[in-house]
Design a protein. Sequence first.
Length: 359
Amino acid sequence: MTHEAVIVRRAVTSAFGRAVAYLQEFPLRVFGRLMRDGLTLAIRAKWARDSRRLPLTPEHWELYDIIHRKSWEKTQSLPNLVRPTSRNDAINWAKLFDQRFDCIICCDKIRVRDYIRDRVGEQYLVTLYQVHEHFADIDFDALPSAFVIKTNHDSGTVILVRDKATFDRAAAEAQVEAALRRPFGWENGEWAYAYIPPRVFVEELLDPDSDVPPADYKFSCFGGYATHAVFIYDRGRTPKSQRIQRDGTLLIRKPRKSMYPQGSAFQKPPEWDAMVALADTLGKDFKLVRVDLYLSGGRIYVGELTLWSAAGFLPNGTPLEPEHLARVDFTTYRPLLIPELERTQSRFMLYPSARRSPD
């Protein structure tokens, strides 16, 4: 066989192989397209029904569509916005109908400090050392040996530094700078994060002599009333959690999906009643919010306020107890804030990469 014939034979074989592979994948491609088209039709039909019961406007559509697509992707269900019955329903209702500037402030881990200070006082804040636009601006000489580096506009960018002389500064810089460039939240309908100027900040590390951070007390508040808390401990080892009632007793319910295995270490601290009262105060301005608290050295600290737990796509779709539902007013609606924000501080100015490319 000539050299040219070998080349032709290989080309034909390669083309045939690609054709076979494409034909094998073709049913999956068609199925995927049908699923996308079917979901689009289902969302549009739901929009038509919901529009008869809810104050939806054409300007709501982009956020409404994002919420429903992501809900289907994460939970294989669509949120009930007319009569919310689960925590996911309530969170996604709030994304659409309880928009306000305070949402942006409370999602911003720097500006939320002012919100907390104005309502409960400076004593509940962890010491803030520095705030910068870039990691390279951090003055490490001015910092103690232990501290925490965070970004203010996202979730999960947290670097615990127990010894600044030995931590990997280059790796930390790469992680932080990547986070500062990356838009967060919009793809899940968490609209407020898109309007936060990204910053890196450094704050006090609580319990620096311990190899684990202090336990979390995550209080769920409905209509300004802390109904229960999730106690999470042993982060950095094997995290465990327990659900605790408002009175400080263990909340016993049927087993459900949880991010962490069931724990057994909770003991009601002497500061419990003060923590509940603090959560009530910080939660009163929102229909629902999670208030995250810590205890360190006998002092209570506010970690953050979380408006949309798991973005409203909790895998278990926890039904709301009737007493929780009764505390949330789903009959009053705030106008959509996003159009005003886009006129004054478009998210595309902060994150040009967030702009959708033409179809």
